[in-house]
Write a protein that binds this ligand. Sequence first.
Ligand SMILES: Nc1ncnc2c1ncn2[C@@H]1O[C@H](COP(=O)(O)OP(=O)(O)O)[C@@H](O)[C@H]1O
Ligand SMILES: [Mg+2]
Length: 243
Amino acid sequence: MKFDTRESPGPFLVAKNLCRTYGAGDSAVNVLKGLDLQVSTGEFLAVLGPSGCGKSTLLNVLGLMDTPDSGEVFFRGRRTSTLNEEERALLRNEGLGFIFQFDSLLPEFTILENVLMPARVSMARGGCHETLASAQERAMELLRGLGLESLRRRFPSQTSGGERQRASLCRALINRPSLLLADEPTGNLDKRNGERVFQDLKDLCERHGTAVVMVTHNEAACRWASRTVHMSDGLIEEGPRTS
Ligand SMILES: Nc1ncnc2c1ncn2[C@@H]1O[C@H](COP(=O)(O)OP(=O)(O)O)[C@@H](O)[C@H]1O
Ligand SMILES: [Mg+2]
């Protein structure tokens, strides 16, 4: 089964009426309360909201890492709740890229091996027919583009936080996803390194036509986005903000 998430313009990601509650009874926490969201091909959307408002929960649901209690996520009009586990895994691996607050590079692999990992997973499951050599070339191109080429044989512990986060960005893009999900991607970096990650994120995604949904509590981070929406109390606020 193939997910062509790039074939036509228009919203390719639609979330409708998402509800997600953790726990039950007296200890239940209602996090998403009927949230609606649309993302268009190639746009860089920032979701801005205070800590604890449900941003990571939303991203986990959009990234098919968590299932909403009710509501739906559609990719290119396709209802994701009807996908089986294998189809969800395929969409996550080939259609989506992820980048988190703390880089999640695997410590026992080199930078190049880390960047290549999603491509290797894809090859191992037989979903893609490219050779390792061509994936390696693409990985090197991504690393070169961010000035990380000389670090390819180093282990993550031998690189700085900013370098690791930019390598995570290369890894997120290696399978040419149509959507990149970023959860406070520079939350762990100083201002200068954070800005470099944002600029690289914006440039790379523009060049590859990748849409981005970034969630953050940091208003300054939103200036790289092409659109910002506000999240509070489990919902995306409608319309422009006046205050
Ligand atoms: N696995 C969980 N079990 C119970 N409560 C959770 C869980 N994950 C998150 N929460 C709660 O849900 C709310 C939203 O969390 P989260 O989505 O992480 O917010 P944000 O990313 O905006 O800081 C918080 O009150 C948090 O404590
Ligand atoms: Mg969070």
